[in-house]
Design a protein around this ligand. Structure first.
Ligand code: ZN
Length: 292
């Protein structure tokens, strides 16, 4: 009887121990630390066992390197024209194999410009009807009329292309404010609160940053509309203190200056175009400078 009790408590002790080790083991194995380093001009961030983000230090497009059972999947593999061969070498070094699939978040050159090169290396470009088991895709209309958002469940990461940019102001020029809002709603509905949001450019963020970005975008549009309704022209709007303040809300990385003056002017001009499309009946944007 005593032996039985001792044996039983020994097993209970062993069970408790193995549970603790399992948890410890689990943490060590399944939550690998994020590692970031620069290799041959690329920022390489190892975000999980199955996900790396590669970014040419000068070109700045976030390239997703996703390891799946179907093979290596590249998302937006464009590091600049002269850097494609070097990117290929880096991919093989990291993953030990050439890429099998290419996905693009949208068709702009800074995301799709490497497609031809990787197709020549044997990769297959897949569109919105793709069937890669571990990646889910949805189409939205914000930065372009066909923005693809990719969700990789294993690493709990969402690739949102230029619908969201953590290093720039919003560029919702195809879908306007309505398309932008819908896109953000779709993105927020995927994954959970811990889901990592990988923008087309800028540092990976989270859902809270995305909600902030949406709030700042709405404040921006409302303010530009208000000034425009007052009859202010682009130059006046540019020099308005609150406009500068609102622009700076997008300057998450605290760059100085945040964006070139030409880009600032263009952002206001394009915002006015969106406003005239969304409020066509009660708003006529001023495109020339209005001086009293
Ligand atoms: Zn881009």
């Amino acid at each position: 009887m005593k032996l039985f009790v001792e044996t039983a408590s020994f097993f209970n002790w062993l069970k408790g121990l193995s549970m603790r080790y399992f948890v410890l083991f689990g943490l060590l194995i399944f939550i690998p630390p994020t590692k970031a380093e620069v290799i041959k001009g690329f920022n390489v961030s190892r975000l999980s066992q199955t996900l790396h983000i590669l970014t040419d230090v000068k070109y700045n497009t976030n390239i997703g390197l996703v390891t799946t059972k179907d093979g290596v999947v590249l998302i937006d593999p464009m590091p600049g024209k002269g850097r494609l061969a070097e990117l290929m070498k880096l991919i093989v070094k990291i993953d030990g194999q050439a890429p099998s699939y290419i996905l693009n978040t949208h068709s702009h050159e800074d995301h799709s410009g490497g497609n031809a090169f990787f197709i020549k290396q044997g990769a297959k470009l897949v569109g919105s009807d793709f069937k890669i088991n571990e990646i889910e895709g949805i189409t939205v209309n914000s930065h372009t009329s066909q923005d693809e958002v990719f969700y990789h469940k294993k690493s709990n990461s969402l690739f949102v292309g230029d619908v969201f940019d953590s290093s720039w102001h919003p560029t919702f020029y195809a879908g306007g404010l309505k398309g932008f809002d819908k896109a953000i709603d779709h993105i927020l509905a995927l994954g959970n609160e811990d889901t990592r949001i990988v923008p087309g450019h800028g540092k990976p963020a989270n859902k809270e940053s995305l909600r902030e970005f949406r709030k700042h975008t709405h404040n921006w549009v409302a303010h530009i509309r208000k000034l425009s309704l007052k009859g202010m022209g682009i130059s006046e709007i540019m020099h308005d203190d609150h406009t500068v303040e609102l622009l700076n809300m997008f300057n998450v990385e605290n760059r100085s200056p945040f964006i070139p003056e030409r880009a600032y002017r263009m952002f206001i001009k394009r915002t006015l175009t969106i406003i005239s499309q969304e409020w066509p009946t009660n708003h006529k944007p001023q495109t020339t400078n209005h001086k009293p």
